[in-house]
Design a protein around this ligand. Structure first.
Ligand code: ZN
Length: 326
């Protein structure tokens, strides 16, 4: 609905975290007994990213990259995983006579599958396995004794465990997925996504908010799609799928052109380039790898980021509209 109201994508992305995620993650500590749910949560979050970025091409979509592009620090499945792990830690520090602590203690000697055994199993599926709080080496026997009778101390220890043990492990899960998807070659740009965005957390587009209007954000989405796929966003102009090459350049008539042709080497788009706000910052005389990096590498400054997104978005949409029907 936020999209339909024409809110800028970074605003919608923040809105999702603040308003939608809490509803979806309510009671997620219990998901541990059905671990297949985590992949479904990741897929759901991917579908949100797809809508925010205006993705239509079924085969181009890389959820981990798009989710990171939206500025979301963690995958939804990781968040739910972390919540279960931290909840177990809270229970393990409770006074021994607490009913929940007694229940957990009783479940340890149970042969069948329990919530506790499921959480512990999950903790060892991470690229960096998560030890439970009692085995993490973070708390001494004195800490544990004090925690049993002091709620504030329990909170301090759990926060320490969350930030020093759990969060890095969750990041390892998300980073591994990001690197897997980012290492695929983007044919149309001649680089991998990893070459352009080496760090998952180096995204950031909220600083463009004061510089762009509603129409400009459409251009940012086109820029984003090209950065993520290296393809012509033909679905934006009614095509059935995004494509690596167009049959013929509508400006210079060269055949089988990639997006890089129109941005870098086409004589027919030189006037568009000279007319853009990018002129003071980028030259077509740059070596091609340097030119690609200038347009798509991690953030430079808000002004340059806005100028390059508008330049790319405008040229690409112009050429697509001038090209033969796709
Ligand atoms: Zn051309």
């Amino acid at each position: 609905m936020s999209n339909e109201c024409a809110f800028p994508p970074p605003v919608v992305a923040v809105d999702v975290v603040q308003r939608v995620e809490p509803v979806i993650l309510y009671g997620c500590e219990l998901f541990a007994i059905r671990p297949t749910v985590y992949a479904k949560l990741d897929a759901l979050q991917g579908s949100w990213a797809r809508q925010i970025l205006g993705f239509s091409g079924q085969y181009d979509f890389r959820a981990a990259l798009s989710v990171a592009f939206c500025g979301w620090r963690q995958r939804l499945g990781s968040k739910a995983n972390g919540r279960a792990t931290v909840y177990l830690a809270k229970i393990q520090l409770l006074p021994t006579e607490h009913p929940t602590a007694r229940m957990v203690l009783a479940s340890v000697s149970t042969v069948g599958e329990t919530w506790v055994s499921s959480v512990k199993e999950l903790m060892f599926t991470f690229p960096v396995p998560i030890p439970c709080i009692l085995e993490s080496g973070l708390i001494s026997n004195d800490d544990l004794t004090r925690a049993r009778g002091d709620a504030k101390w329990r909170k301090i220890l759990v926060t320490k465990y969350k930030t020093q043990v759990v969060f890095p492990a969750l990041c390892s899960r998300d980073d591994a997925e990001f690197h897997r998807e980012a290492s695929k070659f983007l044919l149309g740009l001649g680089v991998t996504y990893y070459d352009l965005v080496p760090q998952r957390s180096s995204q950031g587009w909220d600083r463009l908010l004061p510089l762009l209007n509603v129409e400009d954000w459409k251009l940012v989405k086109v820029w984003a799609l090209i950065r993520l796929t290296g393809k012509w966003p033909a679905t934006w102009v009614g095509g059935s799928e995004n494509v690596v090459t167009l049959l013929q350049c509508p400006r210079c008539h060269q055949q089988h052109i990639t997006v890089l042709h129109s941005l870098y080497s086409c004589v027919g788009t030189m006037a568009d380039f000279l007319d853009s706000d990018l002129m003071p910052h980028v030259s077509r005389q740059f070596p091609i790898q340097c030119f690609v990096a200038s347009l798509f590498h991690s953030s430079v400054s808000a002004e340059v980021d806005a100028a390059r997104a508008k330049f790319v978005g405008r040229i690409i949409l112009r050429l697509l509209s001038e090209a033969a029907p796709l």
